[in-house]
Design a protein around this ligand. Structure first.
Ligand code: AMP
Length: 282
């Protein structure tokens, strides 16, 4: 496994693979890897011959007062896990390599970024699209893999790729969960033991809502109220949002016609957790 820190070096590596007829996949991460990230790498190998995993805690997607400075970082362990998986390249650049002195170009997707996480995290998605566009130019992938856990992020990146005519296929991969249903996240390690137990309520509530829809409930307001109540029963949990939206436009829907996405964000004292579930009528 190669460890690369410089953009030019990564571009040259990717050019070499492409020239030899190989297909390159990119898996962007912020490190502190868990089995959810590793499943994306396995997914990437099903779509490509060679895989680059980027590890970069992107400062521009964190707002003031968010957890940039105490976001977990463990590059040596991450590299060990990726080496065991047979990853070709880890791209772990310093901040200056991604954001050179005097940079002034942002990439921003409008509309899709206004609701859900975008409402309470102004500028977050602008940071995400700005860094992902840069990573695409650095890695020159044929395909890039993102997790469905970050549903809005995946939708925003798909739109960016389409709008900018990027020659990169965007692949979504399913959410990997703990045995009790909690979506794996680097931020879970910031939960106390007691909060960790309470966090089970997120997936439990989402699953119950999905079952209610199968059983005939179609009213978003009723489903949202029930999810809110179940999460509010957890003393350390504070609901940021519970919304039911159209899977493509992310606009709120009053009733479920065929398919919708139920998305939640919940704040614990030291971790903000998100999760989602697809609601299907049949
Ligand atoms: P992060 O390091 O949290 O920025 O996440 C990097 C990538 O891993 C993103 O595409 C996430 O959606 C994805 N990811 C994070 N957690 C999970 C999970 N539990 N299952 C699947 N993918 C995940």
């Amino acid at each position: 496994m190669q460890r690369i820190e410089r953009v030019r070096e990564l571009q040259a590596w990717s050019d070499g693979v492409r020239a030899a007829g190989g297909r390159v996949a990119l898996v962007p991460t912020m490190g502190a890897l868990h089995p959810g990230h590793l499943s994306l790498v396995r997914h990437a190998y099903r779509c490509a011959d060679r895989v680059i995993v980027s590890i970069f805690v992107n400062p521009t997607q964190f707002g003031a007062g968010e957890d940039f400075s105490f976001y977990p970082r463990d590059l040596e362990r991450d590299c060990e896990l990726l080496r065991e998986l047979g990853t070709d390249v880890v791209f772990a650049p310093p901040v200056k390599e991604v954001y050179p002195e005097g940079w002034s170009t942002w990439v921003e997707v409008e509309g899709l970024t206004g609701g859900l996480c975008g409402r309470n995290r102004p500028g977050h998605f602008r940071g995400v699209t700005t860094v992902v566009a840069r990573l695409f130019h650095a890695a020159k992938p044929h395909v890039a893999v993102f997790g469905e856990k970050d549903y809005q992020q995946l939708a925003v990146i798909r739109r960016m790729a389409r709008d900018l005519l990027l020659d990169v296929e965007i692949e979504g991969a399913p959410t990997v969960r703990e045995p009790d249903g909690l979506a794996m996240s680097s931020r879970n390690r910031n939960l106390s033991e007691e909060e960790r137990l309470q966090a089970r309520a997120l997936h439990a509530a989402l699953r119950e809502a999905a079952l209610s829809v199968r059983a005939g409930e179609r009213r978003s307001a009723v489903l949202i109220e029930s999810v809110r109540r179940q999460i509010a029963e957890q003393p350390a949990a504070c609901v940021d949002y519970v919304e039911i939206v159209d899977p493509d436009t992310l606009d709120p829907v009053a009733s479920i016609v065929r398919r919708a996405v139920l998305a939640v964000a919940v704040r614990f004292p030291k971790a903000r957790l998100i999760d989602n579930a697809l609601l299907e009528t049949a």
